[in-house]
Ligand binder design. Structure first.
Ligand SMILES: [Zn+2]
Ligand SMILES: [Zn+2]
Length: 206
């Protein structure tokens, strides 16, 4: 049976969903900010080879958050970041459990807010679980994949564009000559130049 939850129940269920993931985790939340507990559990999931999918809807994604997720995707982990401007739903799920709630991810463990949520286990409510799962996939498919690149001199995030692989600051500081230190695509330390901004691995995958 689906289970009705209030604030503290939602927080502990989200934690449980992350801990129990064997294959994948979806975080669908307009605001994407990860609390420390969520982060720690998320990293454990990554170590178990769980794939992480984030769909968010507010443009001002926290820079630190972005860096963190980006750094983790460097390690070859499956982390996908997507954006959908009219996203308002909040759903958190693994392959067998989900929670549909009013709670944004960044409000996790904030005890003062009055939130409600419904917890669904696929073993008990398979049809309901599948209907919501389909809608999450539809949201995912409608969303735009965030592609990013790194400045080959300072590793700052910039748009992915192999013809413009240097950030504005480095151009202004006239660093845009000579040898770069990072791959424009994956951000790994690698001797690059403006005309060859990708590491061996990334250029072999083009
Ligand atoms: Zn730079
Ligand atoms: Zn690379």
């Amino acid at each position: 049976m689906a289970e009705f939850l209030t604030t503290s129940g939602i927080s502990s269920k989200i934690e449980e969903i992350i801990k129990n993931a064997d294959e994948h985790l979806f975080f669908v939340s307009p605001y994407l900010k990860l609390s420390r507990i969520i982060r720690e559990n998320m990293f454990d999931a990554i170590r178990r080879n769980v794939s992480l999918y984030f769909v968010y809807g507010k443009k001002d994604l926290d820079k630190d958050e972005f860096r963190l997720l980006f750094d983790f995707s460097f390690e070859g982990n499956m982390i996908e970041l997507r954006y959908l401007d009219n996203l308002h739903a909040k759903v958190y799920l693994n392959e067998k459990q989900m929670i549909v709630t009013s709670m944004n991810l960044h409000e996790f463990s904030e005890k003062n807010n009055r939130e409600i949520g419904i917890y669904i286990d696929s073993n008990h409510d398979n049809d309901l679980f599948n209907s919501i799962y389909e809608e999450v996939w539809s949201i995912y498919n409608a969303s735009k994949k965030i592609t990013h690149g790194c400045c080959i001199f300072c590793r700052k995030f910039i748009k992915y564009n192999t013809l413009a692989c240097v950030c504005k600051e480095c151009i202004d500081m006239k660093y845009d000559v000579g040898e770069g230190r990072f791959c424009h695509k994956c951000g790994k330390p690698y001797p690059t130049v403006k005309s060859k901004p990708l590491c061996f691995y990334c250029s072999s995958k083009l």
